[in-house]
Design a binder for this molecule. Sequence first.
Ligand code: GLC
Length: 429
Amino acid sequence: MLASLDEQARAILAKNDRGGFTIPTARLYPFQWNWDSVFIALGLATMDDDRAWRELEMLTEGQAHDGMIPSIIFRKDDADYFPGPNVWQTRNGAIKGTGISQPPVLASTVAHFVKAQGDNGLERAKALFPKMLEWHRWWHDYRTPEGVGVVCTVHPWETGRDNCPDWKIGLLNMEIDPNLEAYQRKDIEHADPAERPSQEEYDKYISIVKFGRDNGWDQRLLTEKGPFLMADPGIFFILLRADRDLLWLAQKLGADEAEAEIAAWIKHAEAGVDYFWNDELGAFCARDVRSGVFSDGFSNASALCFYADVGSAEQRRKTLAHMSRISTKTQYGQSSWDPDAPLFESQRYWCGPLWCQMNYMIAQGLREQGEAEFAEKMRQDLRKVIELSGFYECFDPISGAGCIGRDFSWTAALWLAWAGPSSVQSSAA
Ligand code: GLC
């Protein structure tokens, strides 16, 4: 008999377990990834709280001395992956990692666990608290350039939305390093090149890595003088929510000395919300910091204003109007890029596909902000697309076809924690 989807999801998480941490999928992504692990922990918690905490603890083992938690933790090298530890050459942590970070969803999941588990969770949260505090401080300090006032990013990979058309302006404004060494991509050996970033984009991604490496991963220098500097509504909204959750944790844990600092970050971020508002488009958009130019499309990160609980009534209304329009163009959930925008491609990674973790966060925000019906539709859409195609990395939002990696951990985890009929959310709905 065919295993049920719940059983398949559990089997994927077990198969991708590497001893206390979970890889996103074998071969294509053979290490621990930062935000992947945080969503994976939500799925693990449906089976085993202890293992879920372990996932998060192992993620923080990769923290660098300056406080950054890298996008990838390289416990050992893997010839199947490029760019691996020999390309990044970081030397500023107990374990090697990349020289960039990823969206800081950690504190929000820790707060969620504490709420769900009560005192049992509190001890584990207490040990993680100083590490999360340092990491948030790193964003507010090292990734907030002089005179800009909002948190920024130095690399499209740091946003987790790797080849989204949002980064087009920032990439256009930079050169490929003329001394870039020859290298061999691995991603196009494991996945269809038509679904992956172009060669020119890739050369630019690696040029930024070279800049960081040539400058000893001096993060302040990378932010101030690096080749790429954009502000991402995804990182901004996720960090703002995570700061609020961190403040809640500080209060819960009696970490009084941290409260004023976190409250100041929140206040500062709230004052920066309009930096992202593209009036012409009527949406929160990515922005090239040095030229001030806005990205010209509605992305799934634009929809995270609800998750961060920000935006005026008018801004929220306009955001919802875009989302409703997008829903009429897709069959399944919110696409990563606007189907009406010129660079939309339904199967190319962040140029169109539906991503489960983004839909989860968007829907969570909508539900909290009085849009429960819309949120529930997104949840049902994810359920349907997984029933149709299985546990892929992402999905064509129009046909529902699965794209890129198979047996994908965060898809399996969010099925168990959110989209599937046996999830807690289902019993609450
Ligand atoms: C891709 C995605 C990124 C994810 C990683 C591992 O690089 O763009 O968001 O963390 O794969 O799944």
